[in-house]
Ligand binder design. Structure first.
Ligand code: SF4
Length: 720
């Protein structure tokens, strides 16, 4: 017979890659054989991108082959020696609930842990968080956002009393001095860089300062590039503030009226003369002074920063020292000013809003504050003192506890820790030793899938409903354009189904049901109610509002007409006394010093056209054109000294592991420093990737590991 006519649909949604949060229009076709995504365009109506997309966003349709490489049915195995067998959903869900309930009965709730992802939607996070904290009674729920933004969060809370950037994207167009610190926006946030480029084209007075040990594509576009020694950012910022103080370029009225703690910082700054700081950073003192002058004298200074500051054992200090520059000069709370932490992942921010981390509760509440716990108990209808007051295990400690046997079961959703965690040799051991590993995934090719005792097939981008929050606190809808293939299900649905079964096994008789959700709109509505009266109040926002008015920024309280673009515009901060706080930030070196054995500094970072472990971007041949092969970049002098030539295979060895890569000569790095991209994984290499070499040392306040720096040696790879 003749084929049924094609039905064409166009669905408004949000790009699933980075924290820019670009709006997209997804074109799909449906016929008797099913539905498929055939095109993706930028959404001209979305305020983040106004129709623009980067290479990753533009090729999204090519990643959405309906079944290829996808997990299509639940699988499980009873013992490690067995291979997994396909089962139906009812069996998979009952098994997960039974085994988790058994472990909780035998070892207590803290023997179970969840490891989630900034790729999950807010509604997914919400259900998982309620399941762990509200039902099981453990705070062991952390996410790969710990590897991404937790230092920025810690610093915002210490300095301003609340999480979340005070800035918005419009500030990119209004800033006259733009300082980029540890951020290669040309690769990591390309659409925002285009906005900055347009603004600079319109106003030649705009100046860009880029702080990065590498001459990245972003640094190459700067008016001033400070190629500091890795890890010396705090010394640089302290030195710049010393100069501003000395030259009277600070704002004494702002400091006196709106801050506290400046005196203490001032005495620390005495020793950070520009000369001393420049020497420590390995840059010209004149360049440090130039950066300070542009920062202090500009009518509007905006700082943009990312993993280069965050992924460090002193990430919180690096963030604070940069925030100090803004507070001391009053470069905050006005259009075009402020310290703007760029979110790495598409929904790291939304995950925190619902409290989906080991160290927080819903709506930016604090696990260790009794009143915060009591509020969540009331709002969830739980008996008093149900919530655990003990903070859960953050990412690195979580996998350590799994390795030591303290934690018995882990449920990993939408992330690939056997690629993205530091020191992945330890993560592999942890998963081998665990009693139960549940992996919830859309793609079958990740390095973590082989460890699964239970494999739960998840729906992915283009197939699921929910919301995400981007870098400027803007909540956008993510919508399903096609049906999920096979038996894949939305992440929230899977968590909700297991939660219902666990409720039947664990909750006291007569308890009100906690998991009556039948849609993501219902989940969002409950989340909304928990935020009322909080700093991120979205009491006035629901799916209907997002439908009619489009993406909105928080806070958006009841009766608001629109969200708040900027925060602290009245100079009142979210601390108890309303004043922003300075904290002493002494410079401290990287965790792993170079030595005679490991004489090179290994830096890690991103490629322009790839995303994370490439489970999605690795499906698009065209995205390999820019960087076709895994490689190690090295300064030509360092290569010559070792008798190494371009393209040759080299062995990179650190204290925790080794890796073989092709050598790429590059003068974007200083001698003594090498660079490798973080994307290449077990799909492409004989080992798990660059995190074979990175270290698990963490920042004491943010618990974020130092993924960006390790000491290594490099030699010719000999085989056989
Ligand atoms: Fe997607 Fe980020 Fe590119 Fe926008 S900038 S299209 S959100 S990857």
């Amino acid at each position: 017979g003749s084929a049924a006519p094609l039905l064409r649909t166009r669905t408004r949604s949000t790009c699933c890659y980075c924290g820019v949060g670009c709006g997209v229009l997804i074109d799909a076709e449906r016929d008797a054989a099913g539905s498929r995504i055939v095109g993706v365009e930028g959404d001209p109506a979305h305020p983040a991108n106004h129709g623009r997309l980067c290479t990753k966003g533009r090729t999204l349709a090519q990643t959405a082959h309906s079944t290829q490489g996808r997990l299509l049915a639940p699988e499980l195995r009873a013992h490690r020696q067995q291979s997994r067998r396909r089962v139906d959903w009812a069996v998979a869900l009952d098994t997960v609930a039974d085994r988790l309930a058994d472990i909780v009965h035998q070892h207590g709730p803290d023997a179970v842990a969840f490891y989630l992802s900034g790729q999950l939607l807010t509604e997914d996070y919400y259900v998982f968080n309620k399941l762990a904290k509200g039902l099981l009674g453990t705070n062991n729920i952390d996410t790969n956002s710990r590897l991404c933004m937790s230092s920025a969060v810690a610093a915002y809370k210490l300095a301003f009393g609340a999480d979340g950037p005070p800035t918005c994207y419009e500030d990119l167009e209004l800033a006259k001095t733009v300082l980029f610190a540890g951020s290669n926006m040309a690769y990591a946030h390309p659409v925002l860089l285009r906005r900055l480029e347009d603004a600079r084209r319109d106003d030649p007075q705009v100046r860009w300062i880029v702080i990065d040990p590498r001459r990245t594509d972003t640094a190459a576009m700067a008016d001033l590039h400070l190629a500091i020694q890795p890890g010396t950012d705090v010394a640089l910022f302290n030195g710049m503030l010393h100069h501003l103080l000395w030259e009277d370029l600070i704002d004494p009225a702002f400091i006196a009226g709106h801050t506290s703690g400046f005196g203490e910082l001032k005495s620390l700054l005495r020793e950070y003369t520009p000369r001393m700081a420049a020497e420590l950073c390995g840059i010209e003192v004149a360049d440090l002074i130039q950066a300070a002058e542009w920062f202090g004298r500009s009518p509007a200074t905006l700082s943009l920063y990312c993993m280069g500051l965050n992924q460090s054992v002193h990430g919180t200090d690096k963030n604070l020292a940069l925030i100090h520059l803004h507070l001391a000069t009053g470069q905050i709370g006005r259009p075009g000013t402020g310290p703007f932490s760029l979110t790495g992942q598409p929904n790291a921010m939304g995950g925190r809003e619902v409290g989906g981390m080991a160290t927080m509760l819903a709506a930016h509440r604090d696990i260790e504050v009794a009143e915060d716990r009591a509020q969540v108990e009331r709002l969830w209808g739980l008996p008093a003192h149900t919530l655990s007051a003990k903070p859960g295990l953050p990412a690195v400690a979580l996998f350590d506890a799994l390795r030591s046997g303290k934690v018995k079961a882990v449920w990993i959703a939408c992330t690939n820790p056997v690629h993205s965690m530091p020191d992945i040799g330890h993560v592999r051991e942890a998963l081998q030793r665990a009693e139960l590993v549940i992996v919830q995934e859309a793609f079958g090719n990740t390095d973590t899938v082989p460890y699964a005792d239970v494999l739960l097939p998840a729906a992915t981008w283009g197939e699921k409903e929910g919301t995400v929050t981007n870098s400027e606190r803007r909540i956008s809808r993510v919508r399903a354009a096609v049906a999920a293939p096979g038996e894949a299900k939305p992440d929230w649905w899977i968590a909700n189904e297991v939660a219902r079964r666990l409720e039947a096994r664990l909750a006291p008789p007569g308890a009100a049901p906690l998991f009556a959700f039948d849609s993501t709109a219902a989940i969002f509505d409950e989340h909304r109610r928990l935020t009322v009266g909080r700093d991120l109040d979205i009491g006035g926002l629901d799916y209907a509002r997002l439908e009619t008015d489009g993406p909105q920024q928080w806070p958006f309280p009841a009766n608001a007409v629109q969200g708040q673009a900027r925060r602290y515009t009245d100079g009142v901060f979210a601390t108890a006394d309303g004043r922003a706080r300075f904290h002493p930030t002494p410079y401290r070196p990287v965790a792993e010093a170079i030595s005679a054995h490991y004489p090179l500094r290994l830096l890690t970072g991103r490629l322009r056209d790839q995303w994370h472990g490439m489970s999605r971007t690795g499906r698009v041949p065209g995205l390999f054109a820019h960087s076709p092969r895994p490689g190690l970049r090295m300064h030509p002098q360092d290569a010559a000294r070792r008798g190494l030539a371009e393209g040759e295979l080299v062995r990179v060895t650190g204290k925790r592991g080794e890796l073989v890569l092709a050598l790429q000569l590059s003068d974007e790095l200083a001698s003594g420093t090498v660079f490798a991209a973080m994307h290449w994984s077990g799909q492409f290499l004989s080992s798990g990737g660059i995190n074979e070499l990175t270290q698990p040392a963490v920042d004491a306040r943010s618990q974020q590991p130092e993924l960006k720096h390790a000491a290594v040696r490099v030699e010719k790879a000999e085989f056989g």
